[in-house]
Design a protein around this ligand. Structure first.
Ligand code: SF4
Ligand code: SF4
Length: 203
């Protein structure tokens, strides 16, 4: 997979979940259209009167997720950048998404404000394959987050983790190791290791 392919899946799914945090720190989620993808940037818009707009203007962080018919899921966490050339970009969005004219006919479209996500982390998770497949990417200046589990040198080679792994993605060795691209991040190996040799990554 590539960043381009991941963003293309979000555009193909189009109606995806956008999550934000409100002023009281509570999670809020709604379905929003992915309007454009250009130069590894994702564009969307919302009306100035909506709570979503206020939340984007306040905290700027947004988490997006979409699933296609092949059970390939994309997650994108990033910073929503309010775009300055409002009318030009809204016109462009309406050209690429003509159905928007039915919702916001004529000049009413200019109540909408365009945003882009240019800096963020993408996670591709393919649940349609056995074993599952995952891969992480970054866009812009944001680094990828390390998640999941890893096995360290305290491993005594008992094999309990490999036996319990639902994706059979633990390889025998000294120490045993996890095929990170196929791991569910379920934590079963972590719970079963008798010597605490399995640790969470990135903490
Ligand atoms: S976290 Fe779950 S899927 Fe990943 S290696 Fe451990 S048991 Fe297997
Ligand atoms: S359960 Fe722990 S000690 Fe046993 S093989 Fe796995 S990592 Fe090593």
């Amino acid at each position: 997979m590539t960043v381009e392919e991941c963003l293309a899946i979000l555009r193909e799914v189009k109606d995806v979940s956008f999550a934000t945090v409100d002023q009281d720190g509570r999670p809020q989620v709604r379905i929003i259209d992915v309007m454009l993808i250009e130069d590894n940037k994702l564009y969307f818009c919302t009306a100035r009167g909506k709570e979503f707009y206020n939340q984007l203007e306040g905290k700027k962080y947004v988490a997006i997720t979409g699933l296609n018919s092949k059970f390939q899921m994309i997650r994108l966490n990033g910073i929503a950048e309010h775009q300055p050339e409002q009318k030009k970009l809204i016109d462009r969005i309406f050209e690429e998404n003509p159905a928007m004219n039915e919702v916001y006919p004529n000049q009413s479209r200019y109540i909408l404000e365009p945003f882009s996500i240019e800096n963020g982390q993408i996670e591709f998770f393919d649940l349609g394959k056995t074993p599952v497949y995952r891969e992480c990417f970054s866009i812009g200046s944001m680094n990828t987050e390390t998640k999941g589990y890893e096995i360290n040198d305290a491993c005594i080679g008992c094999g309990k983790c490999a036996k319990s792994c639902p994706q059979q993605c633990i390889i025998k060795g000294t120490p045993f190791s996890i095929k990170q691209n196929h791991c569910l991040h379920c934590g079963l190996c972590f719970e079963n290791c008798p010597v605490g040799a399995i640790k969470r990554r990135g903490v």
